[in-house]
Design a protein around this ligand. Structure first.
Ligand code: CTP
Length: 403
């Protein structure tokens, strides 16, 4: 799962021999798709050069409050740096820096940035074994954990002093894995199963023709992605679409017809926590499917259609503890019709798309939606990208299932 993708990671490097390993750490973060900036204490530059870290991170490296550009002094804004970061990782973290962090000292840019940061702060201690064991160091760990920082424990092994014991900084691969696992376990939908339908359904007329619609599936795929990014295990049941999605937490179940979608959805409904039905399911299908391709004969041609099963309604009828979300695409009396569907299908939430709104509906990358809750709160949104609409929807679901 691309947990670190597009995350802004600020790496703080302090003056320990393990600083040489941060070149690899930066590479691993870049490989994981993160954006990296590095802030170094002045003394750490004796252990690894800023040039190495700026080349690997593709960003300037900061180590003092001001830099000189020609004749002008440039202020390196520690507040901005702290706010830019989604995660601040101090590795290696020396005993000296850790004790300064405990006491709120800010006599270098790294420490000032630490005090300004609002994001989770991880520290990976690295020091000689006696320093690691010292009560003052233990006290620093304790205090920093109390402040809400997260410790990536040192490991045992041969140390730069030649002594063998605890104090080696965790290996870069282990640091990345530790952070990914930590983020994953704190995601708000971790442990929840979310069932989503997307796309159109195709109802066969004969072996080469079908009744279908223009749904692109984009909205459902965005919802699946947003749910997985919040840690949910997602089952995405989709009709034929060109959408692509790879995510270790998403299992894609391709189907073609409304009946196949019905069967697939019912396989997963009982043990899901949330079901979001965004598919544009065909309401009717040909009563009979011709075995062979139908030849043209007369000037007119009639196909007898019959109703498909309403998947959403069937889930509403069987609902136990699931939070059930439906979509409504309306052209007139929008709110009234959507409320009608909310009630008749026993939903917890309905997402209303009005075809009267420009930029809403099928195909495009934007949508304008109104959320209507079971208690009839009506939450109108502006025209947004489908990515944002998906995030808004998941946030509302989170709020509702937590309440
Ligand atoms: N839906 C479904 N199974 C169907 C038809 C619709 O699960 N056979 C779901 C859609 O995925 C959507 C919701 O029902 O979440 C509303 O679909 P919509 O077509 O707007 O409403 P219908 O109930 O089909 O009513 P109408 O077409 O009369 O507006």
């Amino acid at each position: 799962m691309p947990i670190l993708k597009d995350k802004n990671i600020l790496l703080g490097v302090t003056a320990g021999i393990a600083a040489y390993k941060t070149a690899n750490l930066v590479r691993l973060f870049i490989k994981a798709g993160a954006n990296i900036k590095v802030v170094m204490t002045p003394a750490s530059k004796d252990f690894i050069t800023p040039l190495t870290l700026s080349t690997l991170s593709k960003n300037p490296v900061y180590s003092s409050f001001t830099d000189k550009e020609d004749d002008n002094a440039v202020w390196n804004n520690h507040v901005e740096l702290g706010l830019w970061a989604d995660l601040f990782i101090i590795a290696p973290a020396t005993a000296n820096t850790l004790s300064k962090m405990v006491n709120g000292a800010s006599d270098n840019l790294l420490l000032a940035t630490y005090l300004s940061a609002k994001c989770p702060v991880y520290f990976a201690p690295a020091m000689d074994l006696d320093m690691y064991k010292h009560p003052s160091t233990k006290e620093s760990f304790k205090k920093l954990l109390e402040f809400g920082n997260i410790m990536i424990p040192a490991t045992s092994g041969e140390l730069a002093s030649g002594l063998v014991g605890e104090g080696r900084m965790a290996e870069p691969e282990d640091i990345v894995e530790f952070i990914e696992k930590d983020i994953l376990k704190k995601l708000p939908l971790r442990g929840k199963k979310v069932l989503i339908t997307a796309g159109p359904t195709y109802e066969a007329i004969d072996p080469v023709r079908f009744v279908g619609n223009h749904s692109s599936g984009k909205m459902g795929f965005e919802i699946a992605n947003a749910a997985a990014n919040l840690g949910a295990e997602v089952i995405l049941v989709t009709g034929p679409t060109h959408q692509k999605l790879e995510h270790t937490l998403i299992a894609i179940k391709p189907v073609t017809s409304a009946q196949e979608m019905y069967d697939e959805v019912h396989k997963h409904y009982t043990d899901c926590d949330v079901a979001i039905l965004s598919a544009a399911v065909a309401d009717y299908r040909p009563q009979e499917i011709a075995k062979n391709k139908i030849k043209k004969k007369d000037t007119t041609f009639t196909i007898q259609l019959e109703k498909t099963k309403d998947i959403l309604k069937s889930l509403g009828e069987q609902k136990q503890n699931q939070f059930l979300v439906g979509f409504a695409l309306e052209t007139n009396n929008e709110v009234e019709n959507a409320v009608g569907k909310l009630e008749s299908k026993n939903l917890d939430l309905i997402v209303l798309n009005s075809l009267q709104d420009k930029g809403a509906g099928f195909g495009g990358s934007t949508n304008k939606v109104t959320f209507i809750t079971k208690s009839k709160s009506i939450i109108e949104h502006q025209l947004k990208s489908k990515t944002e609409v998906a995030q808004d929807l998941l946030q509302l679901i989170l709020k509702s299932i937590d309440a």
